[in-house]
Design a protein around this ligand. Structure first.
Ligand code: HEM
Length: 223
């Protein structure tokens, strides 16, 4: 049964929609959490510490955080795998490339594919930068994310990487939210306008909210 659903294009699209919405929920929470940086290092670092102790005493140190990490990894892998397989199907189903020289994929589809690749690379960079510190520009300090974030946005390339990725994120969420709603059957003549407005608002809110952090550091509001 699960196999039949997974093998169908509708099944893969449903997996994409559900995993996308899980990641979207995480992003809204992450964006709001990041804005705490404007309230100073004490509040921001305290929030990062809370992320590790939430659920105690029932949960052990970092258990809740690891649970969230596992859900996110499963969502990313499911999203990327189904995206890859759906694109392969789409390419294979195309008429011979000698007859049709032009790519058949629409502008939106191509933007989603490139956007997905950019975001995948960004997530890898972001974790190596601010979670493990492997590619971090300053002396990475575990438990002091405020200073780490300031260091990242004190380099030109840090700002470029994050701002380009946030713009890609906005475009990806805008079209992705809309597609997910259609796949999950929420679309209808009367609701499509409202869904489009929600998709635009979500994309704008996320992009602006995330970009506020590098802009805050660049302008010296956060230092
Ligand atoms: C300007 C934008 C962003 C800033 C300033 C930022 C900041 C941070 C910081 C400081 C951490 C480490 C938190 C800690 O160790 O307590 C973190 C972790 C993380 N962020 Fe972001 N983030 C941004 C955008 C994003 C975006 C767009 C995504 C996803 C597409 C994302 C996904 C993650 C993930 C998956 C983690 C790892 C959580 C973990 O396992 O510890 N972030 N971010």
């Amino acid at each position: 049964m699960a196999r039949t659903v997974w093998d169908s294009s509708v099944g893969k699209k449903t997996v994409m929609a559900v995993s996308g919405l899980i990641m979207l929920l995480y992003l809204v929470v992450h964006m709001i959490g990041n804005l705490k940086i404007f309230f100073g290092s004490g509040e921001f670092n305290h929030y990062a510490h809370w992320l590790r102790t939430v659920g105690e005493p029932f949960m052990h140190y970092e258990w809740t955080l690891w649970l969230i990490r596992i859900v996110l990894v499963v969502a990313v892998v499911a999203h990327a795998t189904s995206a890859y397989q759906l694109s392969r199907r789409d390419i294979r189903a195309r008429p011979s490339k000698y007859v049709h020289k032009k790519a058949r994929a629409s502008y939106a589809t191509r933007t989603m594919r490139w956007g997905g690749i950019i975001l995948g690379l960004f997530i890898a960079w972001h974790i190596l930068d601010l979670t493990t510190g492997t590619v971090h520009s300053g002396g990475f300090q575990e438990g002091h994310p405020y200073q780490n974030v300031v260091d990242t946005f004190s380099t030109w390339y840090g700002n470029v990487i994050y701002i380009v990725a946030m713009l890609a994120l906005g475009l990806h969420v805008r079209h992705g939210f809309w597609s997910a709603a259609q796949t999950l059957g929420a679309g209808s003549r009367s609701r499509d306008r409202a869904l489009k407005t929600t998709a635009n608002a979500l994309a704008l809110l996320l992009t602006a909210g995330f970009i506020a952090v590098p802009v805050g550091v660049m302008t010296g509001v956060v230092s």
